[in-house]
Design a protein around this ligand. Structure first.
Ligand code: NAD
Ligand code: USQ
Length: 410
């Protein structure tokens, strides 16, 4: 029998290409989404740089092109637990991929309301899902999209971040005992904090109910299209570029296409982990195809392919496009410089062949950012959320540029 997979958050940036990939690979896929991300576009008065179609049009076009049907359930997993359970009981998935959370760190720090919304939505959604899986009595493998931000970004400089568990030795009455603990959490925003709470929920439901769970600690995703979304304009993936939802590399690519200076926050010495959207969908397929055995602890993978400083990214984009680099006062509270070494052997061991920055970069600039540059609202580019009350008072109005250069200073 074909494996059934329910994709929660399947209308989003990572969820949509994943749904198409798995459907195209012969899995029976259904999508759950409450379209909240599209409502947030309305709230922020900003749209995807790419002209994304309604979910109905997307699914109709996919049916026409592939001959495959993907049912859609419009429901809020944080607010409609009974409907979520009914959906699981009706579709009877072998695996559920959980993307359905508010995922922007700046949006989560905007106001007290945004902090409450992010915690309520993400933590309740994950708990409702876990409770529903238990209540269904079905043997379902849960694959969740976590974040590298649960670890902080290299608290012990130069020490590799392990895949979830840290081996430690604890002194006991009878000597030193070895054990594994979850790597200490060190979130840098309310959004990242919700992912650290998710981890504890997974730990508990795995221990108590024996749920089979894979948590994928993913880095910043860049790029837009996958082979499936590129098949027809109606299938195009979303491309966020605004100060809240746009992530750093896609923002730089878009900025270079429209002649805006690259917006480096602070020194640019922040090192982060990155992965192309094509590798995101491959990793999720690998995770779905390699579930932990019954009784095994929560499986944790680091879903990243390379690490760069923000300044290095800006320099790369400036070199290929001639863009100017501008340093702005950092709207966030984060280390000015950090080293980041990440253990990522598990996906490599399962056969992932990563897309690196240098291969894909030009294509993304030319094909997407330039093609849709007329849709960009320049007023949405600079950041509008601040991490602390003091920063809000100090950096009122537009983010102030602090230096301008043709080369980031790093
Ligand atoms: P996205 O906002 O584009 O997609 C999330 C989708 O979930 C949206 O379509 C939204 O409408 C839906 N959703 C949110 N809350 C919901 C709810 N309560 N009920 C039903 N649907 C709901 O985000 P994305 O970039 O696709 O990220 C997906 C997941 O991957 C997130 O959990 C995020 O934390 C994680 N992640 C993303 C990145 C990245 O760079 N984009 C990196 C690491 C991890
Ligand atoms: N940054 C800039 N200029 C910009 C935008 C960002 O210098 O114009 C800097 C930020 O200060 C930060 C770094 O770039 O140091 C990364 O910021 P980002 O917005 O690209 O990524 P982040 O806020 O960390 O969040 C994104 C996703 C989130 C995911 C996370 C993975 O939105 O869902 O969990 O990446 S990770 O960063 O590995 O935790």
């Amino acid at each position: 029998m074909t494996k059934r997979i329910l994709i929660l958050g399947g209308d989003g940036f990572c969820g949509w290409p994943t749904a198409l990939r798995l459907s195209g690979q012969g899995f029976e896929v259904a999508i759950v989404d409450n379209l909240s991300r599209r409502n947030i576009d309305n709230e922020l008065c900003c749209e995807s740089l790419t002209p994304i179609q309604t979910i109905g049009k997307r699914l109709q076009s996919w049916r026409d092109i592939s001959g495959r049907d993907v049912p859609f359930f419009n429901l809020d997993i944080a607010a409609q637990p009974q409907e979520l359970l009914a959906c699981i009981n009706q579709f009877k998935p072998a695996a559920i991929v959980h993307f359905a959370e508010q995922r922007a760190a700046p949006y989560s720090m905007k106001t007290a309301w945004h902090k409450r919304y992010t915690v309520d939505n993400n933590v309740s959604g994950t708990n409702n899902l876990l409770a529903a899986i238990v209540e269904s009595g079905l043997d379902i493998h849960l694959v969740h999209l976590g974040t590298m931000g649960v670890y902080g970004y290299g608290r012990v400089s130069g020490a590799a971040i392990p895949e979830g568990y840290l081996p430690v030795q604890i002194e006991t009455e009878s000597g030193w005992q070895k054990t594994d603990i979850l790597h200490p959490a060190d979130p840098g925003s309310i959004y990242h904090t919700t992912k650290t709470i998710d981890q504890l929920l997974f730990y508990f439901y795995n221990k108590n109910d024996g749920l089979r769970i894979t948590d994928l600690h993913q880095g910043v995703v860049w790029g837009t299209q996958t082979p499936e979304t590129a098949q027809h304009p109606d299938l195009i993936n979303r491309f966020d570029y605004d100060g809240d939802y746009g992530t750093v590399l896609n923002r730089f690519l878009m900025q270079s296409a429209i002649g805006h200076p690259l917006t480096v926050y602070g020194t640019g010495g922040q090192t982060r982990a990155f992965i192309h959207i094509r590798d995101t969908v491959r990793c999720i397929q690998l995770a779905v195809e390699n579930p932990p055995a019954a009784g095994e602890r929560v499986e944790i993978f680091n879903q990243v392919t390379e690490t760069w400083t923000v300044a290095e990214l800006a320099q790369k984009v400036a070199r290929i496009s001639g863009a100017q680099i501008r340093h702005y006062q950092n709207p966030r509270k984060e280390a000015t410089h950090n080293k980041l070494v990440v253990d990522r052997n598990k996906f490599m061991g399962l056969g992932l062949n990563p897309t690196t920055l240098d291969e894909g970069l030009l294509d993304e600039v030319v094909d997407i950012a330039r093609r849709y540059q007329d849709r960009c609202d320049v007023a949405r580019i600079l950041p509008s959320s601040r991490w602390t009350r003091q920063q809000s008072l100090d950096q009122q109005g537009e983010a102030a540029p602090v230096t301008v250069s043709n080369q980031a200073t790093g």
